[in-house]
Design a protein around this ligand. Structure first.
Ligand code: ADP
Ligand code: MG
Length: 412
């Protein structure tokens, strides 16, 4: 689903109040009845003004009328939730403009955004529940009980969990982007100037990089965690020039170097993508741990023709290091940061379903929530995730003199 910010500038303060009211109403209502929207938004112009806003919002696809309902009502679309998140970031001066989409994942859209100083950042928009399960034969419990509003709940959980883990990992010194802010189903983080390992055809020292990645897996384990999707898409390789200060090495390796100092490339892996992280004490921990290790092994063999002579690392050894030498248990701290067991379970089931449904031949299709958008094909673009070349680069969200509408006084 594309993030189209065009309509943003044209929304009136009443429209924003009504949109916020629909969001608040959907906490307890799958379909928010129109009278409830009126009551929550308390727009000055009364019911007719609310109706005008409702029709404005529906026209640009931020809310959708639900026709088959017993009563007249609306629900928020992904577009509506996107706008609310952007509005929040804009009012906190964290985002000023939205640029191009750099990634379309199975469960997210990745956008380049910028603040008013022009500093670029990455906005990750979680989109769980975007998959159509049409072709999946088995009728799973999760789907049976799926409420139409749950995409919002699940995507929000994914963002909250990812943000909490990024913060915890950053604090422990892991190489991850800086988490900046979180709103609803989105997180804002620093832009890493690097490509996924998937796009790298050769490295000078495969053994060194391999060792570093395995070491990261073991460091996660020491803190009680398994990444759970530790693959070539989720490891960005940063190239940094590094001056060699060994004079002997300079004269030997590049005798013709008239600059006098040789530069080598230092490759640093930066890890991203954390909504699926799990505890080393998860019942399937060993399987996930082995899968992460094997992903790296397989990739290094295929791509760099490098095979480690050392077996492992093995789960049982990694488990023994958990919490040792003062390593803080991060799996426990995520649970402590407001996640109930049920939330973690719900999210895990959704992520598993989503991954499984693709493997089973389920199709990624246009978000059923985004009525009004037609013909946009959503595909998992595998290696070429980058889109670039967007026509509209860095579109400011609001006009410079725009007053951002404070909807903080609304109460459901
Ligand atoms: P998904 O959960 O959909 O896989 P990811 O978080 O892995 O989403 O991001 C998808 C892609 O977007 C990555 O493979 C990477 O190319 C790009 N990306 C994500 N976050 C950043 C970032 N902070 N800096 C640079 N590129 C990023
Ligand atoms: Mg990813």
């Amino acid at each position: 689903m594309k993030l189209d910010t065009k309509a943003m500038r044209h929304l009136t303060s009443e429209d924003w109040r009504v949109l916020t009211a629909v969001e608040m109403g959907s906490r307890n209502h799958e379909i928010v009845p129109t009278p409830l929207i009126e009551r929550i938004s308390r727009v000055r112009g009364g019911a007719s003004s609310v109706h005008r806003s409702i029709s404005n919002l529906a026209k640009v696809g931020l809310i959708a009328r639900v026709k088959e309902a017993k009563y007249d009502g609306y629900r928020l679309t992904y577009g509506g939730l996107d706008y609310l998140a952007l509005h929040t970031y804009a009012s906190r001066k964290e985002i000023y403009s939205v640029g191009s989409r750099i990634g379309v994942g199975k469960e997210s859209d990745i956008m380049i955004v910028a603040d008013s100083t022009g500093t670029q950042k990455v906005l990750k928009i979680h989109r769980l529940g975007r998959i159509s399960f049409r072709t999946v034969k088995t009728n799973r419990d999760y789907l049976k009980n799926r409420q139409s509003g749950s995409w919002m709940y699940l995507s929000r959980l994914a963002a909250m969990k990812e943000f909490a883990f990024m913060q915890a990992l950053k604090e422990e010194g892991f190489p991850v982007p800086d988490p900046i802010a979180q709103s609803r189903h989105t997180i804002l983080m620093t832009l890493i100037d690097a490509h996924p390992m998937r796009q790298i055809s050769a490295v000078p020292d495969p053994a060194g990089l391999y060792a570093e990645l395995i070491d990261l897996i073991l460091r996660f384990a020491k803190h009680g965690l398994i990444h759970g999707d530790f693959n070539e898409f989720n490891i960005l390789i940063k190239e940094e020039k590094e001056a060699k200060d060994d004079p002997a090495a300079i004269s030997e390796s590049s005798p013709n170097d008239t600059q006098g100092a040789e530069e080598t490339m230092k490759l640093t892996p930066i890890v991203i993508d954390f909504p699926q992280m799990i505890s080393m004490e998860h019942q399937n921990a060993e399987m996930y741990f082995d899968r992460d290790v094997n992903c790296i092994k397989r990739f290094f063999e295929r791509r760099f023709h490098f095979k480690s002579t050392r077996p492992g690392p093995f789960f049982k050894d990694a488990k023994k290091t958990m919490g040792k030498h003062g390593a803080k248990r991060l799996d426990a701290s995520a649970e402590a940061s407001g996640f109930t067991k049920k939330m973690l379970k719900d999210l895990e089931a959704a992520i598993r379903e989503q991954a499984g449904s693709i493997e089973d031949g389920g199709v990624l299709e246009n978000d059923s929530e985004s009525d009004g958008e037609e013909g946009e094909e959503e595909e998992d673009t595998d290696d070429e995730q980058s889109e670039g070349g967007s026509e509209e680069q860095n579109v400011p969200l609001f006009a410079d003199d725009a007053v951002l509408h404070d909807t903080g006084d609304l109460q459901a």
